[in-house]
Design a protein around this ligand. Structure first.
Ligand SMILES: *Cc1c(COP(=O)(O)O)cnc(C)c1O
Length: 407
């Protein structure tokens, strides 16, 4: 069997639109093009019907009791902003303290930083070497001024799944609202907002085989009823929570993607997990000095984050340029910074720079996994053969004993 190149293994960054999702969306561009807020004619009614159907499908995927708890947004960046700023502003009288973790997505961390400038206090909880937040730390961080805890469901770099139900028990007991960024995990692991006591949940379509630029925020309406200050002023759409003409085709796409996930997510995860294990077995049996970043078990089925010691991640990505993956470095304007997630887990700078994230998904095949495993093995060996550091290590020289001179 011949392999089609390039191969996509970056499903955490985005996913292709499932053709079934696209089929459902298409009529809403040209035929059923009404404004869902047009209450006085059939064009509007049909658009609104489609939006409400999508709302039900999204609610069903996450176990929400009432579709009215779903607020459509432009994606998870907006959902995270709306959840955190919206709660902070509404409950300011009650308290000015928020709790989150150091490994959240930038859409959460930068939102918290902005709030700090406005006088809020934020506690950033550490993680262990697997990238896990300790629920006990959440308990200890909560004061009588705390209004919100925000911890992601699963991390986008290392795939670690957080103990959300344990944290939810604590926040409920303490009477503090609980937000979770569910982007990477929804549909891929069993999850239910009611059982987990999550009060606000962010999701986005383009990480689950829907279109880019559309997402949702779950906002609990009872026990407790969560109140928000809207971040966008305008026509009062989405029950006043998010003004702006609804992206009807996008919302239909999000609904269709959610429905497919609800029906097929569990089976799909089983299949993808087997592929990930196959990739890991092949790599770890043929390459020395490689390390798994993240938790060995509590991780997303499609996530494999591996450090190939003595091989720069960037060099590796160049060497396997027909395979789309991500590295453990973040390109800032001038330099390559090691990922803040890996650093927070206590992963050394060298290891972080030699880390590669493989993201497997709906269209990943066994043939692709085998091809990538062979290619990576070959390239790691070649790159190491050219590395003076690796030579020294193999000769038994302790790198720490070398006095490096800097000029
Ligand atoms: C991709 C991602 C986001 C941002 O979602 P957008 O819809 O692209 O704005 C937020 N959180 C996590 C964990 C993500 O992976």
């Amino acid at each position: 069997m011949t392999i089609k190149l390039p191969i996509y293994m970056d499903y955490h960054a985005t996913t292709p639109v499932d053709p079934r999702v696209l089929d459902e969306m298409l009529p809403y561009f040209t035929q059923v093009f009404g404004n869902a807020a047009s209450r006085n004619h059939v064009f509007g009614w049909r658009a609104e019907e489609a939006v409400e159907h999508a709302r039900e499908r999204v609610a069903a995927l996450i176990g929400a009791e009432n579709p009215k708890e779903i607020v459509f947004t432009s994606g998870a960046t907006e959902s995270n902003n709306l959840a955190i700023k919206g709660v902070a502003e509404f409950y300011r009288e009650k308290g000015n303290h928020l709790v989150t973790s150091v490994i959240e997505h930038k859409a959460v961390l930068d939102t918290c930083k902005r709030l700090e400038k406005q006088g809020f206090e934020v506690t950033y909880l550490p993680v262990d070497r697997y990238g896990m937040v300790d629920p006990d730390d959440v308990r200890k961080a909560i004061t009588n001024r705390t209004i919100l805890v925000s911890v992601m469901l699963a991390n986008n770099e290392v795939g670690t799944i957080q103990p959300i139900a344990e944290i939810g028990k604590i926040t409920r007991e303490k009477g503090v609202l609980f937000h979770s960024d569910g982007v990477q995990a929804i549909g891929k692991i069993p999850f239910d907002v009611v059982k987990s006591n999550v009060d606000l949940l962010s999701i986005t379509a383009h990480k689950m085989y829907g279109p880019k630029g559309v997402g949702a925020l779950y906002v609990r309406r009872s026990r407790p009823r969560v109140r928000l200050v809207a971040q966008m002023d305008g026509g009062g759409h989405e029950r006043g929570n998010r003004s702006g003409t609804l992206n009807v085709p996008g919302i239909v796409g999000l609904g269709a993607a959610a429905e497919i996930m609800r029906r097929e997510g569990a089976d799909e995860s089983t299949r993808i997990l087997a592929l990930r294990e196959r990739l890991w077995k092949k790599l770890s049996s043929s390459i020395e000095d490689l390390y798994l970043n993240g938790h060995p078990e509590r991780r997303l089925p499609g996530n494999l984050n591996v450090a190939f010691a003595y091989v720069e991640g960037e060099a590796m990505m160049m060497a396997i340029k027909d395979v789309a993956v991500s590295s453990g470095s973040a390109c800032t304007s001038a330099s390559l910074e090691p990922s803040y997630v890996l650093r927070a887990m206590g992963v050394g700078e060298e290891v972080a720079h030699s880390s590669i994230r493989f993201g497997l998904g709906r269209y990943t095949s066994e043939e692709e996994v085998d091809y990538v495993a062979n290619l990576v093995t070959d390239k790691v060996n070649k790159l190491r053969a050219m590395s003076p550091l690796y030579e020294m290590v193999k000769e038994g020289i302790d790198l720490k004993s070398i006095e490096w001179t800097a000029h």
